[in-house]
Structures are given as structure tokens and as C-alpha cells.
Design a protein. Structure first.
Length: 381
């Protein structure tokens, strides 16, 4: 598949990113883990994909997330947030708010239902995305902007609702393969003046995690050590409440199925999905599908409870997306038909409905959650 070529300015930016990565490789003895490469390509200050100024989300960017597809997503999710806040909480913490579209819609809906949080915290490492989300909120909910605060790390303690939409998939992953009966770690080095794969024997925590999967010969896959570390930290922070993460992925049994023997690494560039993580570093998103069994295990290890696991479609149905849609009269086809198309994109098994999953993790919250009242699949984890 031929991918669009970048502009000269974008090409020059990617060259700067590559040079930054080369220096890191040289300082590390000629080899870095793929997780380190992914971290630099996405998050190197002022250079990485999420840290530089290029537009990433929406039609003019590289991919579109559910909050940009339709306001129905945030309006429906607000019902789950409202339910949790009603149990005696008044704070929301969103991890990786992107453009701010979800935050703005949630605040609009929570205000509409009389449950505006006292504080809406946004954990965002990218200065560029902080500004974009600030602009979105200033335009849509200027009177609530004083309730919003941006963080660059998790607070030492938190009680309330934690949200993460398409955030776990962007955390750096380690890559392993079984080659000649040995477990090897995929890293990055230079060959013929180009960045590319370089393999060495796996060791330490990664080796232990890979051994536990009992992978067959020739299998290559990702192991989300950074996700596990994040959830361990979150478990130490969440004193009481619910954390809800929505992302694309599978339980372990499906994640490491033979049909995914090449792994799940996916890159997004100008609405083209492909599998080459070395294509113009810094200009494309690099992601990995989420192993929800690993998410559940890490959360439980930290003392959190698995409060629910289901598909995005089932979550939205349970939270009343049809009732939200009914606020627009079906007779008004100019307004209703676009909503129906957006709902199909969010819920169809051929679109986002089945590939995307929702997982809820809680502490000190015993009430069954609205979004998981039917179709809960937590036994699959």
C-alpha cells in the first residue's frame, strides 16, 4: 500500500526525530528496546508525535476517535459518570483527553443533568494537546473552565471517576518473538543508515511475562509492561471510586490466538492504517491492541476489583444511547439521519462496536454499574 508522502516541512521534522532516536541508540550501545523507541517516537519533548504541533485527531489528522465521531458517545457515557458521581463523588479525572471533545461533551451533559463535578482533572503529558483541549473547552463550556485543571502526573490520591478513552493502546509496548526455541526481545538499531528491527535474548520481567504465555515457535507479539506499571500506580492512587477504560483489544485467549501470530502493532498516518513503525517517525501514531486480561490482572494485583467488562456497543446500549438519540425527533431527518449513521459507526460489529471494549475497575464501590448491567463478559478475563 502506497502511503501519502509528507510535506518537505514534515519530512524535515521526521529527520529531526530520527536523529534524536539515533543519539539515544548510540548512547545505549547500539540498541534500544522497541518500548523505548515507541516512547521517543510518540512522546519525545517537542519532537514526538504527541508532543509536536501537527494535527492528530479528526478529519484533518491521522485518525478519528469516538468523541470526534459523534457527540452521542460522550452524551451516553455521561450517564455512567453521573451514576458514579451520585454515589457521593465530585471529581472526574480523564487520562489523555486528546482534543478535549469528550471532556467538553461530558461537562455539558453533566451540567444538563444537574451533576457538574467540582473538579474535572485532565492528565495530559503533551503540551500541544493540553492547549488544544483548553481551546475546545474554552469554546464550548467557558463558564466551567475554572473547574478544569491539567496535570502532568497522577495525583497522590484520588476518589471519584477515572476515564481513559483510547489511552492504553498508545502506551509503549515491548515486543517478543519465539525464534529457534528462544524468547527474543525486539529492539531498534541501525542498518544501512536506516532504523529497523534488532533482536536479542529476552531477560528479566519481560522474559518472565513472555514465558507465562507459552507462545509457539515463530510467534511475535507485544507485552504491555508500561500498561501494567500505569495500572499499578493508579491502584495506589484510587482510594475510592471507579476507573473506566475504553479501547480496542481482546482478552488474552484471543490476543495471543494463532491468527495474530504477527502481533497487533498498528500505525496511523493520514487515515491510513499500516504496520510499519519505522515509517517517518514522529509523523504517525504507533499503537498496540490492549490485552484486557493483563489490564484486569494488573488491577487486581494492585487491590482493585474488576467491576465490569463488555463491548463498546453493549456499554452504550446499557447506558441508554437510544434514549439520547430520541432527543432528536426522527421526523427531522436532516438532523436524525446523521446521528443514526454515527451511532452505527460507534456500535456496529463491523465498525467500533465489537473491537472496542470497556473495562471498569473499582475500589469501595459496590453498586452494579449501569454500563455493564447486561452483557458483562468479565468471566472471559
Amino acid at each position: 500500500m502506497a502511503l501519502p508522502q509528507p510535506t518537505p516541512e514534515a519530512h524535515a521534522h521526521s529527520d529531526r526525530v530520527v536523529e534524536h532516536i539515533r543519539r539515544d541508540i548510540a548512547a545505549s550501545g547500539g540498541w534500544i528496546s522497541f518500548a523505548r523507541y515507541m516512547e521517543l517516537a510518540l512522546y519525545a519533548p517537542g519532537l514526538g508525535y504527541y508532543s509536536a504541533g501537527a494535527k492528530k485527531l479528526g478529519k484533518a489528522g491521522d485518525f478519528v476517535t469516538a468523541p470526534e465521531i459523534s457527540p452521542l458517545y460522550g452524551q451516553t457515557l455521561a450517564r455512567q459518570v453521573h451514576e458514579i458521581l451520585s454515589a457521593g463523588f465530585d471529581e472526574v479525572l480523564e487520562v489523555g483527553a486528546g482534543s478535549g471533545a469528550l471532556a467538553a461533551t461530558l461537562l455539558e451533559e453533566l451540567e444538563r443533568s444537574g451533576k457538574t463535578p467540582r473538579n474535572y482533572l485532565i492528565l495530559e503529558l503533551s503540551a500541544d494537546l493540553r492547549e488544544r483541549s483548553r481551546d475546545t473547552l474554552a469554546a464550548r463550556v467557558p463558564h466551567l473552565l475554572e473547574r478544569v485543571a491539567w496535570l502532568n502526573r497522577l495525583p497522590p490520591a484520588f476518589s471519584g471517576v477515572v476515564l481513559g478513552n483510547e489511552v492504553l493502546d498508545a502506551m509503549p509496548v515491548h515486543v517478543v518473538r519465539v525464534h529457534d526455541g528462544k524468547l527474543e526481545e525486539g529492539g531498534v538499531g541501525e542498518r544501512n543508515e536506516r532504523l529497523g528491527w534488532s533482536w536479542r535474548l529476552a531477560s528479566g520481567e519481560l522474559l518472565e511475562a513472555a514465558r507465562a504465555l507459552a507462545l509457539p515457535e515463530g510467534f511475535r507479539t507485544e507485552i504491555p509492561l508500561a500498561v501494567r506499571g500505569f495500572l499499578d500506580t493508579l491502584a495506589g492512587v484510587l482510594e475510592k471510586g471507579v476507573a473506566l477504560f475504553i479501547d480496542y483489544g481482546f482478552p488474552q485467549k484471543e490476543y495471543y490466538h494463532a491468527q495474530r501470530r504477527e502481533g497487533t502493532l498498528m500505525c496511523h498516518y493520514r487515515h491510513h492504517a499500516h504496520a510499519d513503525p519505522f515509517f517517518f517517525p514522529g509523523l504517525q501514531d504507533i499503537t498496540s491492541h490492549v490485552d484486557f486480561s493483563a489490564v484486569a490482572a494488573a488491577a487486581r494485583a494492585g487491590g482493585l476489583e474488576l467491576a465490569g467488562y463488555t463491548s463498546q456497543a453493549q456499554l452504550l446500549v446499557n447506558c441508554g444511547i437510544t434514549e439520547v438519540m430520541s432527543r432528536t425527533p426522527a421526523e427531522d431527518q436532516a438532523k436524525f439521519l446523521p446521528l443514526a449513521n454515527q451511532a452505527n459507526h460507534l456500535m456496529s460489529p463491523a465498525e467500533m462496536g465489537e473491537l472496542f471494549k470497556a473495562i471498569a475497575l473499582g475500589r469501595g464501590y459496590a453498586t452494579p454499574l449501569l454500563g455493564f448491567r447486561e452483557g458483562d463478559r468479565r468471566q472471559a478475563l
